[in-house]
Write a protein that binds this ligand. Sequence first.
Ligand SMILES: Cc1ncc(COP(=O)(O)O)c(C=O)c1O
Length: 417
Amino acid sequence: MVDFDADFHPPCRNAGNATNPGIRYYSPAHKGAARVSRASSFKVPFFLHDLGQEEIDSVSAALRHPVLTTGETVARFEASLAEYLGCRHVLATTSCTGALHLSLLALGIGSGDEVITTPMTFIATSTAIIEAGARPVFVDVEPATGNLDPARVAGAITPRTRAILPVHLYGRMCDMPALADVARQHGLAIIEDAAHCLEGRLGDIRPAGLGNTACFSFYATKNITCGEGGALAFNDSDLLAPLKLLRLHGMTRTGAERAQLGYQHWDMASMGWKYNMSNIEAAILLPQMNRLEHNLARRLELVARYRAGLSDLTGVRMMVHPAEGTRHACHLFPILIDGMPRDDFIAALHDEGISVMVNYRPVHLTHYFANTYSYQRGDFPIAEAIGDRVVSLPLYPRMADADVDLVLAAIRKCLGE
Ligand SMILES: Cc1ncc(COP(=O)(O)O)c(C=O)c1O
């Protein structure tokens, strides 16, 4: 299906350096491990996107339109995502970080406020809170899922607490009914970081189902991607107008309106930021909406193969489990390493040609957070135990079954099992 231009090659690790300038590439027509250059690159890369001719055609059409900024293509993407999620409104943004920031601002959260969140996430969840002027307050996570533990949230609430910001980690929805109960009892907002969880469900509950807003990422390795992009979904129509202003400098007219209607004076009605998505990014995303369910089904197959292949290993514990009533979005496939030090395991896997990542080392132990908020090791032991042992294995629809088998064989070899 994919027919890349001849000069398009995803770069690989070992792509050359000052003494060895030879840049090496994966096969542009990668269809599994057999087509990947084994001598010069990872046998199994951590991620390959599946963008192809449909996206190229869609972008070509967008480029032929005079309006490149936020316009009709963005509106179509927003409508498509809202329909998929079953929610009233979607606004497309330049990133999930921006969507989180806008959500906090629209809900009136700012200076002097506290927002309860998880340390087991990408830093952007917490930095968005700081961008809004508020203070992130971490609460430890559930050992089985890595998700914010609702039972611990109440203990962290102070008179300054205004919101809870859970992350549906790896694609597994948090216990939203429990979080919504706490929020209701204490008059708090909920902003969902659903960067991993476009397709996830907990029973009938989907992202934005119980939260005030849910925020998505279309970063380069996400389940749908435009390189960099995001969106926020919400049901409260009263948030629509303020969020649109906040997304574009507080301006009362957009660039597309000026192009279509001719110049009309505009005002700056409120403080605003610059987080609007362009038609070009939306054009990359739109065709991927049609593959969402198909790609999830493929990731589920890959996860089942991983699970079967890892089940007898004593040095590995899995974190993605099929759970009744839950649809896991399977954005990542993390495992916990018991059989050897995690970092040695990563190095050994890299030597075997398998690219892996760590999602995540906990936010509170980063230099900035530890220094700024006086956090230290021991503060959130469950997040730390996950952060010390977790490794994410490659998982994406273009992986062949044979790729999973290569990863499994390499894991066995590294662990000596
Ligand atoms: C859990 C989580 N939250 C937020 C973000 C930030 O997304 P973006 O890069 O679109 O701002 C990411 C991105 O990797 C993420 O994984």
